[in-house]
Design a binder for this molecule. Structure first.
Ligand code: FMN
Length: 214
C-alpha cells in the first residue's frame, strides 16, 4: 500500500465516477477505519454504500458528483468543535480511501434530507464525502505558496508540514488558513472567515501532522 504522504500527493477531488462498486474487502477495511475514527473523534461517520439521491442538487448536476456511487455521511453530536473534528478524522478516511485505490470528494453541496444515514437525537449532518472509483484521478489545482500561509524562516519539520497542508482539500480551494511557529515550539494553525473553514481547519491540521512526522 502507498504511504499517507504518497496518498496526499496523489489525491485530487474527483467529481465523476464509474459505476464500479467498491469491493466487500475494501468496504470492510473502510468500515474498520471509520469505527476507529469515530471512537477517537467521538463522531458518528457512516459509510453509505448506496448514495441514492444524496447528490441530486442542481449544483451537483452542474459540477458533478451525481455519479458518485457511495457516500460517507459526516454526522456527530452538536458541539463547538464538531466541524473541526469532522475535518480532522474525515480526512484520515479520505487518505485511507486513496491508499485503497479509491477516489473521493468532500461535498458541502448535497441533499441533506436524502442522504441515507442515521442521525441520532442531538446529532447533525455536517458534510458529505463522495467515494468510489473515479472516471479520472482528478487534476492538480492552483495553490498558495508556503510564504503566503506561513511567512518567515522555519525548521525542516515545519516546512514539511506546510507543504502537506497546502495539498489539503479546502472548500472552493480557498486555503483560508495561516500557520506559525508558537513560542512553545509547536505549530499554531488558525482558520480565517469563510464557508466551511472549520472543516478545512481540521483537514489542514491532519495534513500538517503527516508532514511533520515524516
Ligand atoms: C469542506 C469542503 C467542502 C467542499 N464542498 C464541495 C462541493 O460542495 N462540491 C464540490 O464539487 N467540491 C467541494 N469540495 C472540494 C474542493 O472544491 C476541493 O477540495 C478544492 O477545489 C481543492 O482541490 P483538490 O481537492 O483537488 O485539491 C469541498 C472541499 C472541502 C474541504
Amino acid at each position: 500500500m502507498i504511504t499517507e504522504i504518497e496518498a496526499i500527493k496523489l489525491r485530487h477531488s474527483v467529481r465523476n465516477y464509474t459505476t464500479q462498486k467498491i469491493e466487500q474487502e475494501k468496504l470492510d477495511l473502510l468500515n474498520a477505519k471509520i469505527a476507529k475514527c469515530n471512537e477517537e473523534g467521538k463522531l458518528h461517520l457512516q459509510l453509505c454504500t448506496e448514495a441514492g439521491n444524496t447528490f441530486n442538487r442542481l449544483l451537483n448536476k452542474a459540477m458533478g458528483l451525481g455519479s458518485a456511487p457511495s457516500v460517507i455521511a459526516c454526522v456527530g453530536e452538536d458541539a463547538a468543535d464538531l466541524e473541526e473534528r469532522v475535518g480532522y478524522y474525515g480526512e484520515q478516511i479520505v487518505l485511507y480511501a486513496q491508499q485503497l485505490g479509491l477516489n473521493t470528494c468532500w461535498a458541502g453541496t448535497f441533499n441533506k434530507k436524502a442522504i441515507p444515514c442515521t442521525v441520532g437525537a442531538g446529532e447533525k449532518v455536517v458534510i458529505a464525502i463522495a467515494i468510489g472509483y473515479g472516471a479520472t484521478q482528478g487534476r492538480e489545482r492552483k495553490s498558495k505558496r508556503p510564504e503566503q500561509v506561513a511567512p518567515g524562516t522555519h525548521p525542516d519539520w515545519f516546512n514539511r508540514g506546510v507543504e502537506m497542508a497546502l495539498l489539503a482539500p479546502t472548500a472552493m480551494n480557498q486555503q483560508r488558513f495561516e500557520i506559525r511557529l508558537g513560542e512553545d515550539g509547536k505549530e499554531k494553525i488558525k482558520d480565517k472567515v469563510g464557508p466551511y473553514t472549520k472543516v478545512d481547519l481540521g483537514i489542514v491540521k491532519y495534513h500538517f501532522e503527516v508532514g511533520k512526522r515524516a
